[in-house]
Design a protein around this ligand. Structure first.
Ligand SMILES: Cc1cc2nc3c(=O)[nH]c(=O)nc-3n(C[C@H](O)[C@H](O)[C@H](O)COP(=O)(O)O)c2cc1C
Length: 328
């Protein structure tokens, strides 16, 4: 049986950002937040030998692996792999509007073919130990169409899945970039409220435009849960408050020298396996909004170029020691 997991607060899948390193930092800061991998194409997951820097999952649970694909056999095998890699959930991406993804017949363009999506979700349900979910938009094109969204959800729920993450804006498949597709189509949370009242037993997690922790908290009281992307990308350290605010845990996490030591201990063995920028970039946001951090940033960038790992750790430790009050 799948574990009972509270998805009140989720970090959205973000390619290039929700790497195993970032996820490790998120997990140091919050034990309860529900995490996502970056999206990985089913073919890459199955056939590439170099996918460890995307899928590695050491102590990051609760976590979902997000895949992109529409071939039933590949999706089935992906579920098996996700289970073997100790993921709690496998999630089908039906929200990404990029041209490359459309070429591969996955992402948001699949919303045009609800039966295909339902069959994909059927194929992914290989056993009861791994949850299967979907992340979708509320529609396609420039105009809102609740009927289209409702019919899509009606069909995909026939697969028996119980969890739907909704990026509550349309995807525009032609003429605008993936980045613009996260800003230009207007948000419409009302679609998520309406579908929830039709399917009260299904978990609908709200995503899109939640740009402060206050907003997230208010919305988490109305919806089954919230999913945040860019706020966490820009300032992962706000995750330190999630266990207390969203899950009523009494222990507050304090950012300290141990945060830095834990993080460096995790990335040290990966030094020859990935770029120093990818390894360190999640930590660079520690400077977010802290005054007079300029010299620290200059030192960090120069030591990154020199690959002086031990010195980098020392600079971060010094920063945290000096600015502890401001960061916490
Ligand atoms: C850099 C970046 C990469 C993203 N990559 C993915 C992805 O791999 N899979 C996915 O479903 N959504 C992806 N998204 C979309 C986010 O998951 C989320 O739906 C979107 O950013 C809206 O949430 P937000 O307003 O809280 O940022 C990405 C977003 C960003 C900013």
């Amino acid at each position: 049986m799948t574990k009972i997991i509270d998805r009140k607060f989720c970090v959205a899948p973000m390619m290039g950002y929700t790497t195993p390193y970032a996820r490790n930092l998120y997990r140091i800061l919050s034990k309860k937040t529900f995490l996502f991998s970056e999206m990985i194409a089913t073919k890459t997951l199955i056939y590439s030998k170099n996918n460890n820097s995307i899928i590695a999952n050491k102590f990051q649970n609760p976590i979902a692996l997000q895949v992109g694909g529409s071939e039933y056999d590949e999706l089935k095998l992906s579920s098996k792999l996700a289970y073997e890699l100790n993921y709690d959930e496998i999630n089908l991406n039906v929200g990404c509007p990029s041209k490359a993804v459309q070429k591969g017949s996955f992402g948001a363009c699949l919303m045009k073919d609800k039966t295909l999506v339902k069959n994909c979700l059927d194929a992914m349900q290989i056993n009861k130990n791994i949850e299967v979910s979907i992340k979708c938009r509320i529609g396609l094109g420039k105009n809102f169409n609740y009927e289209f969204f409702e019919e899509f959800i009606d069909e995909i729920l026939k697969s028996g899945i119980k969890i739907v993450y909704v990026h509550a804006r349309n995807a525009i498949l032609n003429g605008i970039s993936p980045k613009s597709n996260r800003n230009i189509p207007p948000l419409n949370y009302n679609f998520v409220s309406k579908i929830k009242s039709k399917y009260p037993k299904i978990t609908f997690i709200l995503n899109g435009g939640i740009d402060s922790m206050d907003k997230a908290l208010q919305l988490s009281k109305i919806y089954d849960g919230v999913m945040l992307g860019r706020l966490i990308l820009n300032n992962p350290f706000c995750l330190k408050d999630v266990d207390r605010i969203f899950y009523n845990q009494i222990n507050d996490y304090i950012i300290s020298e141990n945060t830095i030591k834990d993080y460096f201990n995790f990335i040290r063995p990966k030094l020859d396996k990935d770029s120093i920028y990818r390894l360190l970039s999640p930590l660079l946001n520690i400077f977010f909004g802290v005054p007079n951090a300029k010299q620290f940033k200059i030192d960090i960038h120069s030591k990154m170029q020199e690959h002086d790992f031990e010195m980098l750790e020392k600079i971060f430790l010094k920063f945290v020691k000096e600015k502890k009050i401001m960061i916490n």
